[in-house]
Design a protein around this ligand. Structure first.
Ligand code: IP8
Length: 250
């Protein structure tokens, strides 16, 4: 089973509020449809898609001062952030459905929560059942109930790591705006098996990275059992065909 994240900056126009990058989304949807059409291909065991926010959700979140740790108790803020993300989710699903990909929504706000320590709890029985029944569940970064804090943001990256762990994913892919983890000369690092080897190029500061910087992504992916890849849109077809794409983290 594969968990694929489509980065928000890949599928939206980051410079214009609530605007899709329709061409990029079409390209991503084409790659998924093509891979799913092969019954013996790498998606035979199922696919879960997670997408980020890009120009949807993030501006609503910052307008209301909400982050992964700073919460809100304002129901309007919650509805605005969740609404922007469900709008983007509907766009993503409709492009997949147009290509006969059996995409269905799973909204983290209605499914999970954070405990008082900020730890994410996301039941996955519904996702496992949807997979068994042949659907492609499509989740998204969202706002989520947070014990003692109101509601905070859950990023697509956090969801990917949680789903990979609980559903026992075989592979994880992060389709990003960069072709992989880049070294100091902007060359793609092919393989990462420990954080130390890339700490210099990624920077040591974790605090600036909690919502999805490359250092945080690499750290989270290193902790997973599944092999993970970070790659650009041009390599999505390769990843979905089971080939090496961008940077492999193992
Ligand atoms: O783009 C955040 O998801 P991300 C979604 O994966 C928001 O960080 C801001 C609601």
């Amino acid at each position: 089973m594969i968990v694929l994240k489509l980065g928000g900056s890949v599928i939206t126009d980051k410079d214009r509020a609530e605007t899709l990058d329709g061409e990029a989304l079409d390209r991503a949807a084409d790659a998924v449809a093509e891979a799913l059409a092969d019954p013996e291909g790498s998606l035979a065991e199922g696919l879960v898609v997670v997408h980020g926010g890009g120009s949807f959700g993030h501006h609503n979140a910052s307008e209301h001062g909400v982050s992964t740790t700073a919460g809100t108790r304002d129901p309007t803020a919650v509805q605005e952030i969740h609404g922007a993300m469900t709008t983007l989710n509907a766009f993503v699903r409709s492009r997949l459905l147009e290509r006969d990909v059996p995409a269905v929504p799973v909204h983290p706000f209605s499914a999970g929560h954070r405990d008082a320590d900020g730890e994410l709890h996301l039941p996955t029985g519904q996702i496992a059942t949807l997979l068994e029944e042949g659907f492609v569940p499509v989740l998204h970064g969202d706002v989520i109930a947070h014990a003692g804090t109101g509601a905070t943001i859950v990023s697509g990256d956090e969801l990917v790591a949680e789903l990979a762990r609980t559903l026992g994913a075989d592979r994880v892919g992060l389709c990003s705006t960069v072709p992989g983890v880049l070294d100091a000369d902007d060359r793609v690092v092919e393989r990462i098996d420990s954080y130390e080897t890339v700490a210099d190029v990624l920077g040591e500061s974790e605090s600036t990275d909690v919502t999805g910087g490359m250092a945080a992504k690499v750290r989270a992916l290193l902790e997973l059992e599944a092999n993970a890849s970070i790659f650009g849109l041009a390599a999505l077809e390769d990843f979905l065909a089971g080939e090496t794409a961008g940077t492999t983290i193992e």
